[in-house]
Write a protein that binds this ligand. Sequence first.
Ligand SMILES: Cc1ncc(COP(=O)(O)O)c(C=O)c1O
Length: 351
Amino acid sequence: MNKKRSFASDNWSGVCPEIMQALVEVNADHNPAYGELEDPANKAAIEKFKSHFGENISVFFVYNGTAANVLGVGQLMHSYHAVVTAKTAHINEDECAAPEKFLGSKIIEIETDDGKITANQVKPFLKSIGFQHHAQPKVISISQVTEMGTIYTADEIRELADFAHDNNMFLHLDGARIANATVALNTDFKSITTDTGVDVLSFGGTKNGLMFGEAVVFFNKELAKDFEYFRKQGMQLHSKMRYISVQFDRYLSDNLWKTNALAANKMAQRLATSLAQFSALHITQEVKANGLFVLMPEELITKLQKEYFFHIWNESPKDEMGRKEVRLMCSWDTTEEDIEGFVKLLKQYLK
Ligand SMILES: Cc1ncc(COP(=O)(O)O)c(C=O)c1O
């Protein structure tokens, strides 16, 4: 067993060879910094985004997903506004209160079983609108794939966007894993974003083969007005911008995003099929993309983690058998051997 393999997260994997090659190639001569002065790398990447999402978008590169979420959402609101999102959302639970600190805004969380929210669940919070003592709900934020491995259909996204717009709100989509969702739905990026009425998208790539970098995509240029100043003030203007741009240019060419996401999703299906033979385990969410959520006995978790690391997702025992929920993530580079190795360990410990 190679101890350096894991199911911890899709950003534990390395950079895919095509992206590494693109980075090597761009690492020559001089190039305008900050994406300025018609920087060819930046221009090419933005053109690629337009070919996938349509001409009427504005794209800005940042370092990471937390920044894409905070700045993308922050562009649409004042500090007296609120973001409505699932309790499990990354923006709510895993950003160390960056939105609260940098935007000074309230996050309203909705309890869910599967990480997905509906317009009906947002509706009760609308009673605050117009009441000067309450933060004003302004942005609905959803994740695609969700933090529970589930996926919104295009119709579900459209319903939330329509609901947001009918109530003078915006829809933000955290697409840290949008490639995995897109291939799982057997669709394209545009059909689940531009065409559904999403206002701003955090477009991720780090979990699908990039080294670093995210994109904030606005679907209405008016909404992007002055965002470059907000990004700079938010400390997210990368000076050697070409190293982000070139990755997105390559990622969005020749279906690289699709190849990587299909590989990760396929391995998650393979893992789910293999785990079904063990009665001591129970998969809690339908496996749609590249993540599995699994109830496991605690002593088994401890033994497995020593050899093949993964995260406990919920520390509280989830059932009468005292099993805890863990998350097993597959990456663009997860192999059949990884799965076989993991299953071999399970057989050894569960016999
Ligand atoms: C749903 C989701 N959104 C955003 C992010 C991006 O986070 P980071 O700031 O680590 O790039 C992650 C990473 O774990 C994520 O899972």
